[in-house]
Design a binder for this molecule. Structure first.
Ligand code: ACO
Length: 376
């Protein structure tokens, strides 16, 4: 009889000072500050400082942190060359994972786990991730790569590199808020992956590449693309109720709903819903928002009793679509932000490291005689 805790739910496997989640009440805080406060008043750069230092920066500290991050925006030439060899039909999450992994080969000292060096390398990966996505997107569309602009914030620089034009202040703010909301979230699957890799004292490039791989799965960050695909498939508000009913009858998981920890409304989804409503109105995508709202109502009527509510991925689909992002860039957007959380967790892991190595219950046979190949 297996004693394994399948899915490890309820198992506490690490201490963290970064994010606090109360899944019953629908609360999320970064270093004690409610996510709503940060979404209203902070910036992504300030939020990364907060997560990595467990306090808000002074103005001088923030400026210095921004300078440091922005000086790292550009990709080294060999990484640009590697990206040019990627097939145009590759998926951006594969491109991001591969380029981050390749960065390790061009770092003269890739394996250092000295905290200051690890943090510097992590900041470089975070700062360069937008350039990786933008360079790959330019390449697959046969466009020239737009150079990074160190005078711009993380959010504005990404949109500038991706679209080759300056974002409006409203677009920059909306994207920046998305980055804040996705930065960290306890010991989720990709963060756990990163911490396991860090716990072996492996390098930061391996930890980030492994985490990107975990995030892209449809049960995790890949769900935001799944939501958009579902919206496209349903097609109109009138078809929502029958579609949801049919999907639930066939035991399908509806993308963007449910969460391992939340049994209440995901507070990130609350904020994203407001953002999606505003942006969809501004960009003529009201139909998507209305469909989403209708799906939410149908789901709440059907499964709220089980504690299934919209998660962070549900309204981010309409938000990203309204921001003009292509469908397969939705999950990379999540990764851009979450690199900050993964890196913060790896630094926490290294500060009090113990190899993460759980057990497995062996449930196979014993004392089996070896049959020679010729006799099989
Ligand atoms: N649609 C329909 N029913 C659902 C959904 C859903 N999205 N999620 C859970 N349920 C149902 C399950 O079928 C199960 O019902 P049952 O008790 O009758 O069998 C019950 O709710 C409990 O669900 P579990 O699957 O046990 O919950 P678990 O904690 O394992 O799953 C998960 C969490 C994987 C996120 C799940 O809700 C899911 O697959 N959601 C869709 C994918 C998604 O949106 N992922 C993003 C999560 S957020 C993030 O990672 C950033």
């Amino acid at each position: 009889m297996s004693t394994a805790s399948k899915g490890l739910e309820g198992i506490v496997a690490a201490d963290t000072q970064m994010s606090f989640i109360d899944g019953e009440k629908g609360v999320l805080e970064y270093v004690g500050i409610p996510i709503d406060e940060l979404a209203r008043h902070s910036t992504f750069e300030e939020t990364v400082f907060l997560l990595w230092n467990r306090r808000l920066p002074s103005r001088t500290e923030l400026e210095s942190f921004q300078r440091e991050m922005r000086s790292e925006y550009d990709l080294p030439a060999p990484i640009e060359k590697i990206i040019e060899t990627f097939p145009a039909g590759a998926q951006p999450m594969h491109a991001l994972r591969t380029a981050v992994s390749a960065m390790g080969m061009f770092d003269p000292d890739p394996n250092s786990v000295d905290p200051a060096q690890y943090r510097r390398k992590a900041l470089s990966i975070l700062a360069k991730a937008p350039a990786i996505i933008a360079a790959f997107d330019a390449r697959r569309n046969g466009r020239l790569v737009t150079r990074a602009d160190p005078s711009l914030s993380f959010a504005a620089n990404f949109l500038w590199m991706l679209n080759g034009k300056r974002p409006t202040p409203a677009m920059e703010r909306a994207f920046d808020v998305c980055m804040i909301l996705h930065a960290d979230h306890g010991l989720n699957a990709s963060t756990f992956t990163a911490r396991v890799i860090a716990s072996t004292l492996s390098d930061v490039y391996s930890a980030m590449a492994g985490a990107i791989g975990a995030l892209r799965g449809p049960l995790h960050g890949g769900a935001n693309e799944g939501v958009m695909t579902m919206l496209n498939e349903i097609g109109s508000v009138e078809k929502v109720d029958a579609w949801v009913e049919d999907a639930l009858r066939n035991k399908k998981k509806i993308m963007g709903f449910g969460h391992r920890v939340y049994r209440a409304y995901d507070p990130r989804a609350t904020y994203l819903k407001t953002l999606a409503e505003q942006l969809s109105k501004d960009t003529g995508n009201e139909r998507l928002f209305e469909m989403s709202r209708r799906i939410e109502t149908a789901m709440l009527n059907a499964v709220a009793a089980k504690g299934i509510y919209p998660n962070v991925d549900f309204y981010s689909a309409t938000t990203y679509h309204s921001l003009g992002l292509k469908l397969d860039l939705f999950t990379p957007m999540f990764a851009l932000s979450r690199i900050s959380g993964w890196a913060g967790h790896c630094l926490e892991q290294l500060a009090a490291n113990r190899l993460i190595r759980p057990d497995a219950d062996y449930v196979g046979p014993h004392d089996v005689a070896y049959t020679p190949l010729a006799a099989r």
